[in-house]
Design a protein around this ligand. Structure first.
Ligand SMILES: Nc1ncnc2c1ncn2[C@@H]1O[C@H](COP(=O)(O)OP(=O)(O)OP(=O)(O)O)[C@@H](O)[C@H]1O
Ligand SMILES: [Mg+2]
Length: 583
């Protein structure tokens, strides 16, 4: 029999419930306010008092109102038909709700339970299987969606029966498996997984070794993101976090994209819904939305549901990863998630940590980031979840707790600087503050050496040094004046400007410049480095700046020209002539 209870106290979204039986931490329950059934989660239990967080407004709730406990944690429903959908943090289908302004108590099906899918068996009777083993597949958009032994089934099983190729509903039994004691378990195409618990259905989790191409030069060339890696983008308001994430989602070399718009303003989320369905996927020529899932919470939605959304997104990512796919999960912004954690913790009157965030904020963030990764599945295939989150530190202060904690958890750091954004140097990724720890991995170095060219990582560090020395020279020029330093200082400064303007800056709104393939990045970068290696012997600083301004102008025109077009080669020739004349 299920546990029930009565409302015994109300503090905003936190409701204290007197329960008549056992209640588990993080268990889901339903609070009845008149005829409205509202979903809630247990966040603390003391004796027979359960503190539950209601994912809705508790307006009008009264002492004595009825509560029913579900007996399980907050779960994601995993089945064919997730792609192209827009969900809220609790996996309610927003399309079915017709608007972002969800009515209180509405709960919708996350997938279509009536639709039939063409199922093709992959396993046969007698096969030994365990959690996440592929029993069959259905074609979902262009993805071969694997039907797996549910993640929740620990232990080893034998396939007793499996249906023939044909059309089935997701709730139909497609196979039966038995355990060593002969107990039978029917398996359908639907499985449910508690979102706050990492899915561990893989053989091993090796360190990432491949780079995920994003088409953004400041990332790919200077601070590459690994496939199965983690990164984060802290930046003050309006510095370009969302534009950068959207560019990456369009261009990244991933099979599935999961966008979590977490606690953003409603009009921004509407923008995602308007923009995304129109986008064409450069990899397939189809609509990008076909391989995208959007999860959003806006500030007009129940505050508490924000906390759940990042977990729901990650769980769906892990599900597709188990099919051997490359998944890119992005959250914008994780600061809103941290704020939700703070609100919850404050309402529970927990002892606060720095800036009133929960004491274990760092551990919560690290645990979440560690769910990303490259995995080797039991059948030998590999899959990956790459995670990229944004952080909006109040006042651009990178020392605040969310940024600091995330810095410990993520391997790539793409710091957007206010100064760069103000001077329209987009993307505003600060070349000196930002880093990718993957550049230090020998396996990544080897991969880049084979994929791009030998000693590529050395070339990357050389470029970074040029930028660093350019900044130092510029500091000297600012103190001593243009004439107060040798011309070489100006030359050093302008060489770093050349790298900045040609490689680091990129126009996200230009069809050609927005997406720069790795091969093109390599060529451009080598051209620029080659020029930086030369000594020009300028007569004075004016001649130096005139030369570099002209050069940057030619390079920029080249960046806006179609890769390998006649125009492109024309600029390449012009640049070569321009440089040889100056020597
Ligand atoms: N790569 C880019 N190329 C050209 N313009 C850009 C680029 N990145 C950002 N911008 C400009 O900066 C503006 C603000 O960017 P964006 O909305 O991404 O900032 P944000 O950091 O997400 O802001 P918020 O903190 O408000 O969410 C954009 O509307 C655009 O005009
Ligand atoms: Mg934004």
């Amino acid at each position: 029999m299920k546990t029930t209870g009565r409302v015994n106290g109300i503090i905003s979204n936190i409701v204290i419930v007197k329960a008549d039986g056992a209640v588990g931490q993080n268990e889901i329950c339903y609070v009845y306010c008149g005829d409205t059934k509202m979903m809630a989660e247990v966040i603390k239990v003391i004796g027979d008092d359960a503190y539950v967080q209601v994912y809705d407004s508790t307006r009008g709730l009264k002492i004595g109102d009825k509560v029913e406990f579900a007996g399980h944690m907050l779960e994601a429903t995993l089945a064919p038909g997730l792609l192209s959908r827009n969900y809220d943090g609790l996996q309610n289908d927003l399309e079915k709700m017709e608007s972002l302004f969800i009515e209180r108590g509405s709960i919708t099906d996350p997938v279509d339970f009536e639709r039939k899918w063409a199922f093709k068996p992959l396993a046969k009777v007698g096969d030994k299987v365990s959690a996440a083993a592929w029993l069959g597949e259905v074609q979902e958009q262009w993805v071969a969606h694997k039907i797996m032994v549910p993640f929740i089934m620990t232990g080893n099983y034998t396939v007793k029966s499996i249906v023939a190729e044909g059309e089935y509903k997701v709730t139909d039994t497609i196979a039966t498996v038995t355990d060593s004691d002969g107990n039978e378990y029917p398996i359908t195409m639907v499985q449910r997984w508690p979102v706050k618990q990492a899915v561990r259905c893989y053989d091993e989790k090796p360190r990432p070794s491949k780079v995920m191409e994003t088409g953004v030069r400041a990332i790919d060339t200077f601070n590459p993101l690994a496939e199965g890696g983690t990164g984060f983008i802290p930046g003050p308001f309006g510095a370009g976090k969302t534009v950068l994430q959207h560019a990456i989602s369009k261009q990244a070399d991933a099979d599935i994209i999961i966008m979590i718009a977490c606690g953003e303003r409603a009009n921004e989320v509407v923008e995602i819904f308007k923009e995304f369905p129109e986008l064409i996927d450069p990899h397939t020529g189809h609509k990008l939305m076909e391989r995208t899932i959007i999860i959003c919470n806006t500030s007009n939605m129940p505050v508490a549901a924000r906390e759940a959304s990042v977990y729901t997104g990650m769980t769906i990512g892990e599900y597709y990863r188990s099919m051997g796919l490359k998944v890119l999960v992005m959250a914008d912004s994780t600061s809103r998630w941290a704020q939700a954690l703070r609100e919850m913790s404050n309402r529970l009157e927990e002892l606060p940590g720095q800036d009133a965030f929960p004491m274990d904020l760092s551990a919560i963030i690290s645990n979440f980031y560690s769910r990303a990764g490259l995995v080797k599945l039991y059948n030998g295939a590999t899959g990956s979840v790459t995670f990229l989150g944004t952080v909006s530190p109040a006042g651009g202060n990178l020392k605040e707790p969310v940024t600091e904690s995330t810095k410990k958890a993520a391997r790539c750091f793409y710091a957007l600087s206010q100064g760069r954004a103000d001077s329209k140097r987009y993307p505003a990724i600060d070349p000196l503050e930002s880093y990718s720890k993957y550049l230090e991995y020998p396996e990544v170095e080897e991969y880049l050496g084979e994929k791009i060219e030998k000693d590529w990582v050395k070339l990357v560090y050389r470029g970074k040094t040029i930028v660093q020395r350019g900044k130092e020279a510029n500091d000297q020029i600012n103190i001593l004046g243009d004439d107060g330093v040798p011309v070489e200082y100006h030359e050093r400064f302008w060489k770093s400007e050349l790298i900045d303007f040609v490689i680091l800056q990129q126009d996200a709104f230009d069809d050609i410049d927005a997406n720069c393939p790795l091969e093109r990045q390599q060529m451009m970068y080598k051209m620029v480095l080659d020029i930086c290696d030369r000594n020009f012997d300028f007569a004075d600083f004016e001649a130096c700046s005139k030369f570099f301004k002209g050069l940057i102008n030619l390079f920029r025109q080249m960046n806006y020209s179609e890769w390998k077009s006649d125009k492109f080669h024309d600029y390449q020739k012009q640049i070569e002539q321009y440089v040889s004349q100056a020597e």
